[in-house]
Design a protein around this ligand. Sequence first.
Ligand SMILES: C[S@@+](CC[C@H](N)C(=O)[O-])C[C@H]1O[C@@H](n2cnc3c(N)ncnc32)[C@H](O)[C@@H]1O
Length: 285
Amino acid sequence: MANELITDGDYVLIYLDSRRTYMIKIEAGKTFHTHKGYLKLDEIIGKEYGEPIKSSLGVTFTTLKPILTDYIMKSGRNTQIVYPKDAALIVMFSGIGPGSRIVESGTGTGALTTALAHYVGSTGKVYTYELRSEFQKNAAKNLQRSKLIDNVELKSGDITMGIEEQDLDAIILDLAVPWLVIPHAFKALKPSGVLVSFSPTIDQVVRTTEALRENGFVFIETVECMMRTMQVERGKTRPQTLMTGHTGYITHARKIIMPSIQDKTATDEQELAIEENLVEEIEKS
Ligand SMILES: C[S@@+](CC[C@H](N)C(=O)[O-])C[C@H]1O[C@@H](n2cnc3c(N)ncnc32)[C@H](O)[C@@H]1O
């Protein structure tokens, strides 16, 4: 099969080095200016992804096909976004896949929405609630650029007032007061459906976890993902000096049918007693 060629209107990731990449739309007759000279976009049309192109100053750039992380990192931002390292875990914990129907809030820049829309695919749907219309418009642009907008329904409104959709596979939260959404999430999720909440502060985590325990969720866990990038060079390979120290905590849980069953963490003594009982029962039998 022939390799895919770049056509007028495609988005391309122009790569100089790992710190200098640019997401641009290829438009016939236009130029793209950098501090290393300009690129004639006509010269990119008809090329294969991955091919080098020289700037007016003779500097070599490479034309890469954007992947999901590029669309997320190059989103036009008007809020803090969920970074790929956290989005990846959120997707894993949520259990979503092609065909999943999920609710998300708030939409914000739509960075996490982009990841979710990619994984639910064209047979699934992300219903994403946002309070502020200007953020929603910007998120729509980002989703159009990644061609994932058809997998998403952008909804205006305050999710703490309720969730219209029912029998959802998962609900994903990234907003200031996730604990206020938990009772609505319980009603809207399928039994055994998953709730995932991303929060920057531990105070939010505590309130969300308490709300989950009180509203029929079990298997509750909070994790933090810290990512260290390596500097790789023979004789000098080590973690890079600077790293992002903190983004947020991810809390995930599952809905059960009996809301009275609480997910209480057993103390060491309780666990020991359970184990001793089991040993006794085994010995008796
Ligand atoms: C941190 S941003 C979300 C960023 C998003 N996850 C991303 O990756 O681009 C939080 C968003 O939640 C929205 N928001 C806050 N409270 C809300 C509510 N009660 N209902 C709907 N949206 C809300 C805010 O307006 C803001 O856009």
